[in-house]
Design a protein around this ligand. Sequence first.
Ligand SMILES: [Zn+2]
Length: 776
Amino acid sequence: MRKLLPIVVLMFLGIQPGFAQWSAQNHAERFEQLGTMLRSPNVYRTASGAPGHMYWQQKADHEISVELNDDNQSIKGWQKVTYYNNSPDPLKYLWIQLDQNERAKDSNTPKTAESSINPRMNLRQLENILWHDLDLGYKIHSVKDMTGKDIPVTINHTMMRVDLPQPLLPGQKTEFTVDWSFNIHDRMSFIGGRPGYEYFPNDGNYLYTMAEWFPRMAVYSDFEGWQNKQFAGRGEFALTFGDYKVKITVPADHMVGATGVLQNPQEVLSPTELQRWETAKKTYDKPVIIRTQAEAEKLEKAKSKDKKTWVFHAENVRDFAWTSSRKFIWDAMAVKQGGKDVMAMSYYAKEANPLWEQYSTRVVAHTIKSYAAKTFDYPYPTAISVEATNGMEYPMICFNYGRPDADGTYSDAIKYGMISVIIHEVGHNFFPMIVNSDERQWTWMDEGLNTFMQYMAEQEWDRNYPSRRGPAHKIVPYMRSEKNTLEPIMTNSENIIQFGPNAYAKPATALVILRETIMGRELFDYAFKEYAQRWMFKHPTPEDFFRTMEDASAVDLDWFWRGWFFGTEPVDIALETVNWYKMDNRTPAEKKADEKKAFEREEDYISKTFNQKDVPQTVVETDPATRDFYNSYNPFTLTPEDEKAYNDFMARLSPKEKELLNSGLNFYELKFKNLGGLVMPLIIQLNYVDGTSEVERIPAEIWRYDEWEVSKVFAKKKEVKSVLLDPYRETADIDESNNHWPQQYVPSRFEMFKGAGGVRGAASGDNPMKRAKSKK
Ligand SMILES: [Zn+2]
């Protein structure tokens, strides 16, 4: 194990050429710049990742009047759209998104969903094959110009082309109206989906979450032209910023929450509610309940037949969503943000208590503060969390999950699931509601960045928060999965196979690794904030993110984007060998004495090991002169030549070289193999004989000459007892069994199975999370 380094090697230390670099197998371009894999920078988007000096984006303002029919669960609406062409291009037509048509009878969504027959089919699986003959999807009654004249339109499933009478020239605006209606669907049924209604059979009431509810302008951009890829259910939205004035007419006893600021509270709230609302605006430490559970329960029974109209205004939002129910309890508190107050609020039915009144609004407030610290002050006046058994985000309002059991008890899984979803969906205000990326194309740009931010907000909420995604080791099962189920993060939203791991967990993990391991927090945080601020209220592309992160940090990350975002390879770095060397600083006399001792030890060993009598004696006849020579030769005698060579060598050494020679340093030569393909830094923990340890960090660039095999020497005063690669599990290494020296055998686990008599199954609660219940 211990080898003595020949003394002359001293001269070469540190300047040994790495011969491995010439090996033929090397170079899959892991360290080449991304170059043509990225869109070219231009006057709209700079090479540094910022908006260019001629950056532009379109704008679409909306005035909408909508009425909810609670008797037959339908809505009808009228809207006036003012569309501003800020592009340098004349537009002959406009594209409008008709998302409700995804649920229409002729939708391509069920047609392009694979299906197969299993030996056992449940109702939901069969419904997904049979689809439905429900009357869903938009009815577009008219599209008119401001003189009341019909404008010709063409509907292609979820997209509607509005053919303008004459091209809309750069710098001009156009106005038109759309009259529409549709039946709201039961989102708790197999049709599912983000918006819709939930029916509560116990009290006969409905809870509406209204999103993708009005025909919305598609995005026309410098990088995509019209983003009119069909809405198929998975790939989310690309939306244009604008101002909204929305009038929502609902049953008089409904409580409405929406994007924007309520303009007529005195008309829709009771005097008591109005008073509590004013109190909430000045309460910063806890939520104020504005409509109580008792009040809501009373309304649930009375079911008013009157109507009220709620008016909301919202500025600079890419979308508008709302919720309505007489079941709603409402609470709110104020949060200071950049010299302004934001109202953090929650709407939930009694079924969500006692969990929601305790946590929801507090989590909203926490999320705003946590995200703002890493990006920009939250610019909107409200942030709302609605309990709706799902999780979906819109500007200022989001629909979340987390309902206790009927008896009011809930498991830790429900509680933390609820907090995580609220953080996540409120967090989406930052990405993609404000940093407005194209979700139809790239899911990771909002989900990945947001899941990364969510992880940090969770850890700030509670240092021991059971975060599901973020830490590197949590992505290992995905990275280890079958090659044909892996796709690059840079894959279109509609084509992703393992959606959660690919578009949420992997990019989030990559960002955690960037922050903690590759760039360091200071450089990362500055660059990430720069990206958020550069693209706040704008439309960024992946290039803008990749470039900004490098531009603001001086860290070349092309290899990282290439490996983590454009590739599917996992990390598996093996610590192959460790060789221990010491410099030979003995005098010739000491050396000879050591050699003699070693020889004698060997002789002694041989004579003790073998029975001399059994060894046949060999008699060799030699001539007398040869015999005399051998008899007088003693290899352990110090010769004058030995002495001279040593003295000459020592005389040539500089004082610094002499000091190094006598330093007693231990040299450890570590050899690494890249088995996984994805290059990463080497994080090496050296554990010393004296019980202390030290971590050496080698940047990934050590692999740039040879992407498969590298060696690295460490000179240490202390003696190393063992070495551990990636001690903090920060690289997502999929095989940690080859990270140890000396090799450590890590046991594979198997389960003991209790034979006959052991009961398993749903009745005994095979969900361990469900068993640990707590009542609050
Ligand atoms: Zn999300």
